[in-house]
Design a protein around this ligand. Sequence first.
Ligand code: SAH
Length: 347
Amino acid sequence: MYKALIDRLEKENNLTAEEYLELIRHREEIRNYAAERAVSVRKEYYGNKVFIRALIEFTNYCRNNCYYCGIRAGNANAERYRLTADEIIACADEGYVLGFRTFVMQGGEDPYFTDDILCDIIRRIKKNHPDCAVTLSLGERSFESYKALKEAGADRYLLRHETCDPEHYKKLHPDSMSYDNRMRCLTELKSLGYQVGAGFMVGSPYQTENDLANEMVFLREFNPQMVGIGPFIPHKDTPFGEYKSGTAEMTVFLLSLIRLTLPRVLLPATTALGTVDPKGREKGILAGANVLMPNLSPLHARKKYMLYDNKICTGDEAAKCIACLSERIKSTGYEIVTDRGDYSNGI
Ligand code: SAH
């Protein structure tokens, strides 16, 4: 019976929230089949290719106070840093040599990085590497700001919605932040022509299986080009420091459901997934994910960009990181490619 639901999902890319919930509740029985079908769908669009994105964590200053996040403004123990424009450009140049064709600039909401400063950095990266994509992950900004960044050459924007339930959103964020503003940002980013990434943490405090079923419906409706999900992992210096981590098994199962719902989606097996399970990223790829985002930030910054405790890959230099990942991916029968890896740019 659950097989029939998976088959219908594969065929129609759509189920009701109740049906998704049935699958989530009975995932033990159906996870292997879901992964098999998800991998088959992914192969249709992307073959054996796994895309890599160079993640440049360029500032851990943040004006926000998300209850889950280790770089929240209120964490006085976080040692703050920001990379200079030249350091960011140098990261991209190094990444290019290593085979990366997408650079992801991610950071806290740092007021230092005005539109002028960011546009200048984006233009410089695009000038050095016209064959590359620039992805931004800088949180909530104004329409004018998103527009200016797009005109400077940014191609994609990652902004996880974190939860599709406004009440749940309030439990994860202080009153200064709102679900409505998050959604405003996502809608505007789409209207500006960015390839947009939404997403959420798996097992965040107060999240229920029913919420996860609703997430699948939300993703289906919003239809983003990218979806980032990873387990919630507590950070000791946050209000959620004592909460439990989300699990790799739930995350991996949801990756399969997302692939079957949005067949062409660009879907990373995240660092958080590799943190809760040493083989998490490989399991993610084998369940339908097709993107990896290794950290390319300079070593001195790595240990300071701690969104959660025990984050992996904070000690190795970039070249070593990519060699390790390539081996891991080959062991699963997939192949890392030097490619921008755009949406629906598959085979
Ligand atoms: N400030 C930017 C990007 C940095 S945070 C933004 O708001 O989009 C990137 C993502 O890390 C967040 O969207 C969140 O889903 C995830 N994250 C933050 N804290 C986490 C934690 N404790 N465990 C797992 N993921 C976390």
